[in-house]
Every structure is written in structure tokens, then in C-alpha cells.
Write a protein that binds this ligand. Structure first.
Ligand SMILES: [Zn+2]
Ligand SMILES: [Zn+2]
Length: 185
């Protein structure tokens, strides 16, 4: 088994840094999410214009993400009380990584805009929540994405990867207290 690329990432001001480990195009999923929640999260951070074409994400498992510096500034922001944890660097308000609100489901979507070099990810293979002419949101190539996600999550749960996460403590609590974003008008 050959090792994949290790890609450094950083928030806009450079306080929160880390490494996305062992990147191989077949071991993760490169997607662009067009959902309203992702768009709103970017708008809240003043990045609505750069994310106008959707939010570019690499879906992987949390064990492949290492936080090197600034972990105390990386805070899970929720758009609703049961929403995803949108881990945001509070030093400079940079959205960085999405996870579920519990380590039980080992999933992480890292925003590729913060990576030093997205080339090892390979091309985008799916678009999520594309708004169609009727105003409804649907997935393009969604089945493939979901299959890959399930396969990876099950594998991670069976292996030690399922227990390794930089986002949660051993008791399952997040490393920093969640923050609920202000409601949309
Ligand atoms: Zn920062
Ligand atoms: Zn989304």
C-alpha cells in the first residue's frame, strides 16, 4: 500500500494549522456542496462571494486530519441546534472542517480552499444539493458519493481509525464548546 500525499492547511491568518494526511483520490471524495447551509456558513464568515459556486470539500475520516497549532481557536459552529459541527477558526473567522456532532460517525469534510495544494485530491466527482430549475435541490452523481461515504465510515468504525479524531475528547465531548450561529433573517 503506497502512502498518499500529506497536505498542509491553515486558516486565513495562519493561527490554526494542520495536515491532511494520506490523501489518495480513491480514499476520499472530492465534492462541491451547493446546499443552503454551506452557503450560509460562508456568508456568515464574509466568504459568500468566494463560495458563490458552491463549497469545495474533501470528504474523509477524522483520523486523517491532524491539527498542529491553534486547536483552542477551532470552534464548532452550528447553524441549528442539531446541525453539523462547522469547525471554524475563530481567530480570523475561517470555516475549515465539517463533522457530525458526535465522534460516533467518523466523517469529516475539509474545505479545500484552506489547503496549500488541492492537486492531490484529483478532480471534483460530484455536486451535492444543486438547485434545479424547479427550485428543488438534488444531488448529481450522489449515489457514488454516498456509497463511498458508507464504505469509508464502516471501515473506519471497524478499524482504529474510528476512534482517532482531533475534534473530540475521549468521553465524546467536542474539544471546544459549540457555538450556535445567529438565526437567518
Ligand atoms: Zn486564523
Ligand atoms: Zn452543504
Amino acid at each position: 500500500m503506497t502512502a498518499g500525499a500529506d497536505i498542509p492547511f491553515a486558516c486565513r491568518c495562519g493561527t490554526v494549522t494542520g495536515i491532511l494526511h494520506d490523501v489518495r483520490p480513491k480514499e476520499g471524495t472530492h465534492v462541491v456542496c451547493h446546499c443552503n447551509s454551506c452557503a450560509r456558513a460562508m456568508q456568515l464568515s464574509g466568504l459568500g462571494d468566494t463560495a458563490a459556486g458552491g463549497v469545495d470539500l474533501w470528504q474523509t475520516t477524522p483520523d486523517r486530519i491532524e491539527i498542529a497549532t491553534g486547536a483552542d481557536r477551532l470552534v464548532p459552529v452550528q447553524l441549528s441546534p442539531k446541525g453539523l459541527f462547522r469547525w471554524t477558526a475563530q481567530c480570523c473567522d475561517t470555516p475549515m472542517i465539517n463533522t457530525f456532532g458526535s465522534p460516533a460517525l467518523p466523517f469529516a469534510g475539509i474545505l479545500t480552499g484552506n489547503l496549500s495544494d488541492p492537486a492531490p485530491l484529483g478532480p471534483v466527482i460530484a455536486h451535492g444539493f444543486v438547485t434545479g430549475p424547479n427550485g428543488k435541490q438534488r444531488h448529481q452523481n450522489g449515489g457514488r458519493v454516498i456509497w463511498r461515504f458508507v464504505k469509508r465510515t464502516v471501515a473506519a468504525k471497524l478499524g482504529r481509525a474510528g476512534k482517532q479524531t482531533p475534534f473530540f475528547n475521549a468521553d465524546g465531548s467536542p474539544i471546544n464548546a459549540p457555538v450556535l450561529a445567529p438565526r437567518a433573517d
